[in-house]
Design a protein around this ligand. Structure first.
Ligand code: IMP
Length: 424
C-alpha cells in the first residue's frame, strides 16, 4: 500500500479519527503534520471512547509508531496530560511516540493572547489553545522549538526575548499583567525533562522508514476549509491542513506520498465564525445536532450544521488532489423526508460552480439545491452497501457523480464495525 494522507474535506470534524483508526491497521507509522491540541479525534473501540488531541490516533494500536511532525505546534502540558491519560487506560506510548525537535512549542502567553484577541479584536471563534499566536511566532522567526526547549541556555535566551515583547503587548495593548520569566522557565524546564525521551529528528526517522519500505499514514487535523491558504480566510486555523502540509510538516518529499483520502460527512458542519452557505435553519439545526452529537470534541461548543455542499468539497478535491472519498455519519440523515445537496451558489445574478475566494461573495451567496427523497429507515445496523435503502444509495451515487473521486467507504455509526466498503 502507498503512503497515504487522510484528511477532512470540509470544515473539520468529519469523523477522521475513526477512518484513520481503520487504515492504521495497514501501516507502520501514523504521523500528525500540522495543528496542535485544537484537534479532537474521537475513536470508539468496543464502546470505549478515546479522544486524542495531539498524539496520532494510531497510538491505540500496539505496534504502530506515532510521530508528531515538525509542522505541529506542541503544548507540552497537553502532551504530558495526554500521555498520562493513555497510560492510565493501559496504553503505553514509550518507544512508540516520537516528537520532532523542530516542532514549535506553545507557551501560556500564546494561549492568553489567543483569548484576548478573541475577546477584544476580530472574533474567529478559535479553540483558545494558543495555536494562532504560536504559528505567528514561528513565521516571525521568534518561535521556540522543541530542540530549544531541551537546551536550557537557548531556552533562557529565547524565552527572555519573547517575554520582553509579549509582556509589553499584554500590558500596553490589552492592559493585563504579563508572565514571570522565572516561573515559566522553571515550568518549561520541568516539561523538557519529561519530554526529552520522545524527541528526535523525525524527518530522518521517516525518510529511513520509507527507504525500508515501511508504510506511513499522514493524519490531517481540522479540515480543508480551515486551511490558512485554501480555506475560508480569515475564518481558518493557522496551518496547512491540506495534503501539501503532509510534506512540509514532516520533511517527506511529495513524491513519496501515494494517495490522498478525503473524509466527508454526509452533511456539513463547522465550529466557530465564518460563512457557511448551506447552514440549516434553527429547527433542523437542533435536530441534526442532537442526532449527530455535533458538539466539539475539544471545546464542547455546539457545531453549526447544514446540507452537503458539493462546491466546497469539490474545492477540497482539487486543492488536495483527493483520490478516494470516505462518507461518514450517513445514519444521521435517516429520519429526514427529503435531503438537499448544494450544487452551486448564486450571488448578484451570477452562478458560481467553483468555491469563491472572495469572502463577501461566500458570505452573501444563495445555495442552489437539488432535493432528493429521504430513506426513513435505520441504517446503523447495515453492514454492506447493497443492504442500504435504495434512496440512501441514490444519495451516495449523486454525491459521487458530483465529486468524481470514488467513494470507497461508508460509515453509519461511531463503532469500528459500523463501516463498510462501497464495492463489497
Ligand atoms: P484555532 O485552530 O484554535 O486557531 O481555531 C481557528 C478555527 O478553526 C476556529 O473556527 C475553530 O473552531 C476551528 N478549529 C480548530 N480546530 C478544529 C477542529 O479540530 N475541528 C473543527 N474546527 C476546528
Amino acid at each position: 500500500m502507498a503512503n497515504i494522507v487522510i484528511l477532512g474535506a470540509q470544515w473539520g470534524d468529519e469523523g477522521k479519527g475513526k477512518v484513520i483508526d481503520i487504515f492504521t491497521r495497514k501501516v507502520d507509522f501514523v504521523v500528525r503534520y500540522q495543528g496542535g491540541n485544537n484537534a479532537g479525534h474521537t475513536v470508539v473501540i468496543d464502546n470505549d471512547e478515546f479522544i486524542l488531541h495531539l498524539i496520532p490516533s494510531g497510538i491505540l494500536h500496539k505496534r504502530k509508531i506515532c510521530i508528531i511532525g515538525n509542522g505541529v505546534v506542541v503544548d507540552p502540558k497537553a502532551l504530558l496530560d495526554e500521555i498520562g491519560m493513555l497510560k492510565k487506560r493501559g496504553i503505553d506510548v514509550d518507544g512508540r511516540l516520537l516528537v520532532s525537535e523542530n516542532a514549535h512549542v506553545i507557551f501560556p502567553y500564546h494561549r492568553r493572547l489567543d483569548e484576548l484577541k478573541e475577546a477584544k479584536r476580530r472574533k474567529i471563534g478559535t479553540t483558545k489553545k494558543g495555536i494562532g499566536p504560536c504559528y505567528a511566532d514561528k513565521v516571525a522567526r521568534s518561535g521556540i522549538r522543541v530542540a530549544d526547549l531541551l537546551d536550557p541556555v537557548v531556552l533562557k535566551e529565547k524565552l527572555l526575548n519573547n517575554l520582553e515583547e509579549k509582556n509589553a503587548i499584554l500590558d500596553k495593548i490589552y492592559g493585563v499583567s504579563g508572565f514571570s520569566f522565572e516561573e515559566l522557565y522553571s515550568e518549561y524546564l520541568d516539561y523538557a525533562k519529561e519530554i526529552r525521551k520522545y524527541v528526535c529528528n523525525t524527518t530522518v526517522v521517516l525518510n529511513d522508514a520509507i527507504k525500508k519500505k515501511k508504510r506511513i499514514l499522514f493524519e490531517g487535523a481540522q479540515g480543508t476549509l480551515l486551511d490558512v491558504d485554501h480555506g475560508t480566510y480569515p475564518f481558518v486555523t493557522s496551518s496547512n491542513s491540506t495534503a501539501g502540509g503532509a510534506s512540509t510538516g514532516t520533511g517527506i518529499g511529495p513524491t513519496k506520498i501515494g494517495k490522498v483520502i478525503g473524509v466527508v460527512k454526509a452533511y456539513t458542519t463547522r465550529v466557530g465564525e465564518g460563512p457557511f452557505p448551506t447552514e440549516f435553519t434553527k429547527d433542523l439545526m437542533e435536530r441534526i445536532r442532537q442526532k449527530g452529537k455535533e458538539f466539539g470534541a475539544t471545546t464542547g461548543r455546539p457545531r453549526r450544521c447544514g446540507w452537503f455542499d458539493s462546491v466546497i468539497v469539490n474545492h477540497s478535491v482539487m486543492v488536495n488532489g483527493i483520490d478516494e472519498i470516505v462518507v461518514t455519519k450517513l445514519d444521521v440523515l435517516d429520519d429526514l423526508d427529503s435531503i438537499k445537496i448544494c450544487t452551486a451558489y448564486k450571488f448578484e445574478g451570477k452562478t458560481y460552480n467553483e468555491f469563491p475566494t472572495n469572502g463577501r461573495v461566500l458570505a452573501g451567496c444563495e445555495p442552489v439545491y437539488e432535493e432528493l427523497p429521504g430513506w426513513k429507515e435505520d441504517t446503523t445496523k447495515v453492514i454492506s452497501y447493497l443492504k442500504l435503502p435504495g434512496n440512501a444509495r441514490n444519495y451516495l451515487r449523486r454525491i459521487q457523480n458530483l465529486l468524481k473521486p470514488r467513494i470507497v467507504l461508508i460509515s453509519v455509526g461511531c463503532d469500528r464495525k459500523q463501516t463498510f466498503s462501497k464495492d463489497a
